[in-house]
Write a protein that binds this ligand. Structure first.
Ligand code: FAD
Length: 418
C-alpha cells in the first residue's frame, strides 16, 4: 500500500470508514453481510433483486418462478445494518476516491469493493443484440419461457437455436426437453465453437448428452461459429443457414467496460487483476471480488468462489482498518453440478463425473441451502419466501419425478463417467 493511502485510511480513525460496495449479487452481498456495523457501508446495484443465477435455466421449463430466485436487496442489506441504493455506477475515480452513478450521485469512499460480475458476451456478431434472446438474468430467462410457451401453442414445426455448448447452453437444452420434448414440431440446433459440448469438462459428458438426445429432434453443430443472426435465421461458419423461431444466446460473459474505464485493468476486455488478498493490483483502497476479479491461477468463475471471495474481502477490510496484515484468499475445491432437465444430472470433480437423475437433489439442495444462508428465515417476509421456494421444489421437481414410473426406474442408476 502506498504511504499516502495508508495515511488516508488511518486519518479516518475518528469517524467510521466509508465503504462503497458496487454490485450486490453473490460477491457484493456476501461482503456486505460480513462487514461490521462499525463501518458506514453503502451498497449499490442497478437492480432491486438479488438473483440466484445458477438456477435461472429452470425458468425455461417453468419448474422455477422468478420469485423463487429473487431476494429483495434492500431488506437483506438493511438487515445487515447497511444502506442499499438502486443505481448504476458509471465510473470510479480511484485517485479522488469517488464513485459516480447514472443517478448523478457522487459518493466518496475510503475503501471500495468492486463486485460487478460480467456482462453478456455477444462477440460482436451481427444481429445478436437485436434478434437473439440473452440468457444472463432472471428477466432474460423469463422472456425465453414466455416466448417458448407462446410458440408451442401451435403444433407446427418449431426450430430453436441455442448458441453455446457450455454449461448454460447444455442446461438450457435440458430444460427445453424437460417441458417440450413431446411437442411434435420441436427441432433444436445447438451450436458450439469448440469440438465438443462442455469443452473444459470430462470428455465423457459430451458422449452421454448426445446419447440421451438421440430419441429427440436435437442436432449438435460443433467446431462451427455463428456468423450472423436475423429474425428467423442463423448463419454458421460451416456455410449452413438454420431456420430459427427462437435463438437463445448463451455465449458466456466478458468483463464489464467499467473496470477498464476506472483504471483497474491494463487492457480493455481483461478481468481486474488482484493480489492474493483480493486487493486491486493498481489501487490498494479497492478490493475486487467475484467474477470481476482475476485472482492468480483461478480460471473458473463460480458462485461459490464469489461468495468465499466476498467473505475474504470483508475480513481483509477489517484487518486493513486495524492496520494488520491482509489474509490470502484460498479457493475451495468443490464439485460442479450440471443438470440436464429431468433426463440426467452430473456431479463433476476434476476429471471424473458421476451421472444419475437422483443427483438433481444435490443441485436443488445447493440452491435451497445457499438461499437460506443468504436469507435466513428471521422475519415473516423471509419465512414466506422460504415456504414458496420449498413448495416450488416439492410440487415442480420432486413430486413429478417420484410419480412417474419411468423416472423411478431411471433414478435407481448412478454411473461413473471417465
Ligand atoms: C446461466 C448461469 C448458470 C450458472 N451456473 C452456475 C453453477 O451451476 N454453479 C456456480 O457456482 N456458478 C454458476 N454460474 C456462475 C455464477 O452465477 C457467477 O459466478 C456468480 O453470479 C458471480 O457472482 P458475482 O457477484 O461476482 O457477479 P454477478 O452475480 O454477475 O453480480 C454482479 C452484480 O453487479 C451488478 N452490477 C454490475 N455492474 C454494475 C454497475 N455498474 N452499477 C451497479 N451495479 C452493477 C449487477 O446488477 C449484479 O447484480 C452460472 C452463471 C450463469 C449466468
Amino acid at each position: 500500500m502506498s504511504k499516502s493511502e495508508k495515511k488516508t485510511i488511518s486519518a479516518n480513525k475518528g469517524r467510521p470508514l466509508q465503504i462503497v460496495v458496487i454490485g450486490a449479487n453473490f460477491a457484493g452481498l456476501t461482503t456486505a453481510n460480513h462487514l461490521s456495523r462499525n463501518f458506514s457501508v453503502t451498497v449499490i446495484d442497478s437492480r432491486q433483486q438479488f438473483e440466484f443465477l445458477p438456477n435461472i435455466h429452470e425458468l425455461l421449463s417453468g419448474v422455477k418462478k422468478p420469485d423463487s430466485l429473487w431476494i429483495d436487496r434492500k431488506r437483506l442489506i438493511g438487515r445487515a445494518g447497511h444502506r442499499f441504493i438502486k443505481d448504476t455506477v458509471t465510473s470510479i475515480d480511484p485517485v479522488k476516491k469517488k464513485v459516480y452513478t447514472s443517478g448523478r450521485k457522487r459518493m466518496p469512499y475510503d475503501i471500495c469493493v468492486v463486485a460487478v460480475g460480467g456482462v453478456n458476451n455477444t462477440s460482436g456478431i451481427a444481429g445478436t443484440a437485436k434478434f437473439s434472446l440473452p440468457f444472463k438474468s432472471v428477466e432474460d430467462c423469463q422472456n425465453i419461457f414466455r416466448k417458448l410457451k407462446s410458440l408451442t401453442q401451435s403444433k407446427h414445426r418449431l426450430p430453436i437455436v441455442i448458441v453455446g455448448g457450455g454449461l448454460e447452453g447444455v442446461e438450457a437444452l435440458g430444460e427445453i426437453l424437460r417441458r417440450y420434448r413431446r411437442h411434435p414440431g420441436l427441432e433444436i440446433h445447438l451450436i458450439e465453437n469448440r469440438n465438443r459440448l462442455l469443452a473444459n469438462r470430462p470428455r465423457s459428458l459430451d458422449r452421454d448428452i448426445r446419447k440421451i438426445c438421440e430419441p429427440y429432434n436435437v442436432h449438435f453443430h460443433t467446431k462451427t461459429r455463428v456468423t450472423k443472426i436475423a429474425a428467423n435465421r442463423v448463419w454458421l461458419s460451416s456455410r449452413i443457414a438454420l431456420d430459427s423461431d427462437a435463438t437463445i444466446w448463451t455465449g458466456g460473459a466478458v468483463p464489464p467496460p467499467l473496470i477498464h474505464k476506472s483504471g483497474l485493468t491494463e487492457q480493455p476486455g481483461d478481468w481486474a487483476p488482484v493480489n492474493k488478498g483480493l486487493q486491486s493490483n493498481y489501487f490498494d483502497s479497492i478490493f475486487i471480488a467475484g467474477d470481476a476479479a482475476e485472482w492468480p491461477g483461478l480460471e473458473r468463475k463460480q458462485a461459490y468462489d464469489a461468495m468465499d471471495m466476498g467473505e475474504c474481502v470483508a475480513q481483509n477490510i477489517e484487518l486493513l482498518s486495524a492496520g494488520e496484515e491482509l489474509q490470502d484468499f484460498h479457493p475451495a475445491s468443490k464439485p460442479t453440478v450440471v443438470s440436464f432437465g429431468d433426463l440426467q444430472t452430473y456431479v463433476i470433480m476434476g476429471n471424473i463425473a458421476v451421472a444419475g437423475p437422483l443427483l438433481a437433489g444435490a443441485k436443488e439442495g445447493i440452491f435451497q441451502a445457499t438461499m437460506t444462508k443468504l436469507d435466513p428465515p428471521k422475519g415473516l417476509t423471509s419465512a414466506i419466501d422460504l415456504y414458496n421456494r420449498t413448495s416450488d421444489s416439492l410440487f415442480n421437481l420432486a413430486i413429478p419425478t417420484l410419480t412417474s414410473f419411468s423416472s423411478l426406474r431411471r433414478l435407481a442408476g448412478f454411473r461413473f463417467l471417465i
